[in-house]
Design a protein around this ligand. Structure first.
Ligand SMILES: Cc1cc2nc3c(=O)[nH]c(=O)nc-3n(C[C@H](O)[C@H](O)[C@H](O)COP(=O)(O)OP(=O)(O)OC[C@H]3O[C@@H](n4cnc5c(N)ncnc54)[C@H](O)[C@@H]3O)c2cc1C
Length: 169
């Protein structure tokens, strides 16, 4: 075990022996007891928490939180997502602390709003893709009961989808 002052801060730097417990005189901090038995006297102690994403429900979908580092120090874990909250799994968005361990209430709420807008846009785009696909002659929708009216040039110009016919097919 070695205790040496940090050159930049003057704070004690302890190497080679983990802290076993925090010691106090019953009122205030007095120091930390190392596993080797040495007491290092302290006036104050700063503890860096590790922020772990509570993302167990996402793991069956293949989304595993990744480590967030500052230099070699692991700050915690988060699910990787883009600015709109889209994850690597299509159809899954993440917002707030699960995707950003540094988020505070206001940024977590803003991320939720951005993800909500992106989800809405994704659903609208999917609807548009399906509608465009149903307009194609020979499409599955047409075979299952969609009527396609063609203009004189043969291009479809209207689609009437009949779900009852579709179910009976
Ligand atoms: C000690 C502490 C102090 C903080 N102080 C501040 C502050 O002063 N100002 C500030 O802006 N921010 C502060 N924050 C940060 C702030 O709390 C978070 O940024 C914010 O709560 C993130 O919101 P969230 O919706 O992403 O996550 P959360 O608020 O953690 O909400 C996630 C919710 O999902 C639920 N959940 C998780 N898994 C499941 C599941 N499988 N099924 C159903 N529900 C589930 C959880 O129970 C929880 O209710 C503080 C955080 C901590 C820990």
């Amino acid at each position: 075990m070695k205790v040496s002052p940090c050159l930049c801060t003057g704070l004690a730097r302890i190497r080679g022996s983990p802290v076993a417990r925090v010691e106090s005189d019953g009122v205030r901090l007095t120091g930390v007891r190392l596993t080797g038995g040495t007491l290092v006297a302290l006036d104050a102690q700063v503890v860096a928490p590790r922020l772990t994403a509570n993302a167990g429900l996402l793991e069956p979908l293949g989304l595993k939180p990744a480590e967030v580092r500052m230099g070699s120090h692991v700050l915690g874990t988060q699910v990787e997502a883009d600015r709109a909250g889209a994850t690597g799994v299509p159809g899954v968005w993440a917002a707030g602390n699960v995707a950003d361990i540094q988020a505070q209430v206001i940024t977590a709420a803003a991320a939720g709003l951005a993800a909500g807008a992106a989800i809405n846009a994704d659903l609208a785009a999917e609807d548009a893709r399906r509608a465009a696909s149903a307009r194609q002659p020979g499409s599955k929708a047409r075979r299952e009961g969609t009527e396609v009216a063609a203009d004189p040039g043969g291009r479809p110009r209207a689609v009437a989808y009949n779900p009852i016919v579709s179910r009976q097919a």
